[in-house]
Design a protein around this ligand. Structure first.
Ligand SMILES: [Zn+2]
Length: 900
């Protein structure tokens, strides 16, 4: 059988081939009729505008590891992929593209613009999907969904109509957040609040008909005063009681506005008199309603002053602010300007300061939806991991406010509401109605707005599976098993899915939510594209291999801990892949040699042969084989336990330790001579056990490193119908492989070898030079165990001889190391050049003594101690401690050398 395993591990040669194979063969297509318990997971749909970033890479790696792991354990598995139409983001991208071509999207008109976005989506929007295929995600591509497909649109409409009919969706005039760059209202969640240093301007409003009397109001946004329709004071404020009911003259506008009394006013704040601008402030809006005040909107959509702003019309809002402040000063109406730090709302996308503004929008009533969603998490119907995020969920849900649903965009799910003439009546329906539901008018106009993108993604776990139809997919895969996503969208998305899922299906949308960590830069900062600190996972996958990237991320993915990704870490994972590749090459190169004696790979490693491992020789399974299968079983248990609890790092470290440490460093090294043994039966046993352990290790590693393991798995004989390691079984933790005795005995051998290696390193003996050593133990069983494995110990310890005795070893003449069970010794005569060694040790001692002394002096200096940061002092103390230990070792060594 011809085996082609390239000399060097080159992921770029392997990965694209298997990625293509998995997609073309539709290997991961879910089958509702397949047996087994169900594992179903839907992807958090990435924006169709997006490309794979490092956060996706982590999220998708975790999802794919769990998906592959379940599939290999016989679960009926579905990993459902898809993308989100991402209303604002996509519209922004296409608007900009058009602008770059000199086209004003508004002039194109709505239909043409939508057509352009669809065209753009077809041409450029699939990038992230291609990238997901490229990194080998084991999705069922036949079930790929898009939140704005005609199919999804019907579901969104159905949900909207039903909620409207139930009185949970309503249209109202209300104060909302307006983004003057995105040109749409935003929900509270889309506004980020930042503390910023600004000014507080105190302005004098002259009381009408009372020359010389003023009310002083303070504001952080003077431009809004142009829309003032009252000044309010507290009803019990003695200072102003006589003024309530009178008028003030609004400066700059020369409009008389009333002085009103309202309990909302805080008497202690500022002067106790506040300006009221109902169209531009949430509190003022409420006051305006109570007092039936006019709402005067003074701004345009893009935050310029409008015709209601008198002389300031046409000015941009901050230019207007500057001019207004100057004019007030000139009029002598500016009483005071002070610096003032206050909270400013910023649009999370455009980073523009949001303008609070009154307008008519669609809202969703949240309280009735939130209550069952709170109860579901309280009852444990949904588990939120890490645990501390549960409290955040409860807090937000218990204080939830109504959700602003409409967005003034063209790209998205258009609101299924139609108005008759002058917006008199509204008719909400699945399809365009023929006439107004109230007056029968046939002149109907559809609402111009679209729905918040999160409205459609809120339906994702059930809309993608066919709801409202009772499809086979809904029956089989809903509720989904698990959701993995970032904690930053717990409220935007997770909470809304829970609310809508329970409301529309009567069941929770998923049984568990795992909120993954953030990936940070080496400096610990959050990655940012604009700062240029974002890592491009696609480029890194090219450089290190996707397998290495996946493994690296998994090995750091501890719940609740952010991940700091660095080149060193990636290199470490890449070395691991290299190590496995080289181990495989070693096996095949040596097998070639062995085959010259007339053995076939089929005979040594067919699936049937592997199944019966471990094999015995001379009536007993060799110790090393007993041990490796015991380690395999323990590792499988550890990996299963880790993955079950989203402790990806523990699972990855378990696989790493097994494959690199146990299998490569110990097992292969130990059995090397057996593999070429002239005793053919002995060699065949060694090969069979080795292949069985190796193949199981590949399956163990597969969920983490799918490409490398697929490639190597195909080099081994497999059943004729077997297509992929991904469809093979995950290794079982076999009870019959557990072996405490072998663990203990082989563990003893390892300890002896490591101790001897340490002595050699301290004595600076070349690692290949064979030396004589002594071993002693008072325990007969221990001595027998060593005697049984003398060959292996001698080989791995590079010993010419190992004398075994029961007498305690003399310190004189050599270096002795003791454990509770045994002593080992290497004689000084083994050191070639004693004089040179003495000189070297003396020199090292001298250097260390100086260094320790200088640190002691520094630490004794009270001035230094009181001024230096604690971290520095602790660091010096730590180094001094370590150096003292090293010094003690060297002094002992010097004593030994001088004696010997
Ligand atoms: Zn009507």
């Amino acid at each position: 059988m011809a085996r082609e395993i390239a000399k060097g591990y080159e992921p770029q040669q392997i990965e694209p081939r298997w990625a293509k194979f998995w997609v073309e063969e539709a290997l991961f297509r879910a089958d509702v009729d397949a047996p087994g318990p169900v594992f179903s997971i839907v992807i958090p749909p990435p924006n169709v505008t997006g490309s794979l970033h490092i956060g996706h890479m982590l999220e998708h790696t975790e999802i794919d590891i769990l998906t592959r792991w379940h599939r290999m354990r016989g679960y009926n598995t579905l990993y459902l992929p898809g993308t989100d139409h991402a209303g604002i983001s996509t519209q922004r991208v296409v608007v900009k593209n058009l602008a770059d071509q000199g086209i004003d999207y508004k002039k194109l008109g709505r239909d043409e613009f939508e057509a352009r976005v669809w065209k753009w989506k077809e041409e450029a929007g699939g990038q992230i999907v291609e990238q997901m295929k490229g990194i080998g995600e084991s999705c069922d591509w036949s079930r790929e969904r898009f939140t704005l497909s005609p199919e999804m649109t019907r579901k969104v409409r159905e949900v909207f109509v039903r909620l409207y009919e139930e009185g949970l969706i309503y249209r109202a005039h209300y104060l909302t957040n307006w983004c003057p760059v995105c040109l749409t209202v935003l929900s509270d969640l889309e506004v980020v609040h930042e503390e910023r240093l600004g000014h507080l301007w105190s302005i004098k409003y002259p009381v009408a008909e009372t020359a010389g009397e003023y009310l002083v109001v303070a504001t952080t946004r003077p431009e809004t005063m142009l829309g003032d329709t009252a000044v309010a004071v507290h009803p019990e404020d003695e200072r102003y009681k006589h003024l309530v009911g009178k008028m003030v003259m609004l400066p700059l506008m020369n409009r008389e506005i009333p002085i009103i009394a309202d309990e909302m006013v805080d008497r202690e704040f500022g002067t106790g008199a506040v300006k009221i601008t109902p169209a531009h402030d949430p509190n003022d809006f409420e006051v305006g309603r109570r007092h039936k005040l006019a709402e005067i909107n003074v701004m345009t959509d893009d935050a310029h002053m409008n015709a209601n702003a008198g002389a300031y019309a046409g000015l941009e809002r901050f230019a207007a602010r500057k001019k207004i402040v100057e004019d007030l000063k000139a009029l002598g109406l500016m009483e005071k300007v002070s610096e003032h730090t206050h909270s400013v709302g910023i649009c999370e996308r455009s980073k523009t300061i949001v303008e609070p503004r009154a307008s008519t929008q669609w809202f969703c009533k949240m309280k009735p939806l939130a209550e069952p969603a709170i109860a579901a998490v309280e009852r444990g119907d949904i588990r939120i991991v890490p645990d501390n995020r549960r409290e955040e969920y409860f807090n937000w849900m218990r204080n939830i406010r109504d959700w602003t649903l409409s967005r003034q965009l063209w790209w998205g799910h258009r609101i299924p509401a139609w108005y008759c003439k002058d917006d008199k009546h509204v008719t909400v329906a699945m399809e365009k109605p023929e006439k107004c539901g109230t007056c029968g008018s046939a002149e109907l106009v559809q609402d111009a707005d679209v729905l918040d993108t999160w409205f459609s993604s809120g339906l994702w776990p059930f809309s993608t599976l066919g709801w409202p139809a009772e499809t086979a997919d809904m029956k089989k895969y809903y509720p989904t098993t698990l959701l993995i996503t970032g904690y930053d969208i717990l409220f935007f998305w997770v909470a809304r899915m829970i609310m809508l899922g329970i409301h529309f299906t009567g069941e929770v949308p998923f049984r568990a939510v795992y909120l993954h960590s953030l990936v940070r830069t080496a400096g610990g900062e959050k990655m940012s594209k604009s700062k240029g600190t974002g890592l491009d996972p696609v480029a890194l996958n090219q450089q290190y291999g996707t397998d290495a990237m996946r493994f690296c991320l998994a090995s750091m993915a501890a719940p609740g801990t952010d991940i700091i990704l660095s080149d060193d870490r990636l290199l470490g994972a890449r070395s691991f892949a290299n190590k496995i590749w080289n181990a495989a090459r070693f096996l095949f190169v040596n097998l070639d040699k062995f085959e010259q004696g007339g053995a076939a790979l089929e005979e040594l490693a067919s699936p049937e042969v592997r199944k019966k491992a471990p094999y015995a020789f001379g009536g007993e399974v060799p110790l090393v084989d007993q041990w490796i299968f015991a380690r395999l079983t323990a590792t499988v248990e550890m990996v299963n336990e880790g993955l079950k609890n989203y402790r990806f790092h523990e699972a990855a470290q378990g696989v790493y330790q097994f494959f690199w440490g146990d299998f490569c460093d110990w097992y292969i090294e130990w059995v090397k001579p057996e593999l070429q043994s002239t005793d053919r039966e002995r060699a065949v046993v060694a090969w069979k056990n080795l292949f069985a352990a190796f193949e199981a290790a590949l399956r163990l590693l597969h969920p983490f490193m799918p490409f490398l393991t697929e490639e190597l798995w195909h080099q081994l004989p497999q059943k004729s119908e077997a297509k992929s390691i991904a469809l093979d079984a995950f290794p079982e933790a076999r009870a019959s492989w557990r072996n405490a005795k072998a663990d203990q005995e082989f563990g003893l051998l390892q300890e002896v070898i490591v101790t001897l290696r340490n002595i050699r390193a301290e004595m600076k003996i070349d690692s290949k030079k064979k030396v004589a050593a002594e071993f002693s133990s008072g325990d007969a069983a221990t001595r027998e165990a060593i005697a049984r494995s003398l060959d292996g110990i001698s080989r791995l310890g590079a010993l010419a001889e190992l004398k075994i005795s029961a007498q305690k070893l003399e310190q004189a003449g050599g270096a002795v190391r003791s454990t509770s069970l045994f002593d080992v010794k290497i004689a000084h005569v083994e050191v070639v050049d004693k004089a040179a060694e003495l000189a070297r040790v003396r020199k090292e001692i001298e250097g260390l003594q100086k260094s320790v002394a200088s640190k002691e002096k520094q630490l004794a200096d009270e001035t230094f101690r009181s001024r230096a940061p604690e971290k520095i002092v602790l660091g010096i103390e730590k180094t001094r401690g370590e150096q003292r230990i090293e010094l003690k070792k060297l002094l002992d060594r010097l004593g030994e050398l001088e004696k010997g």
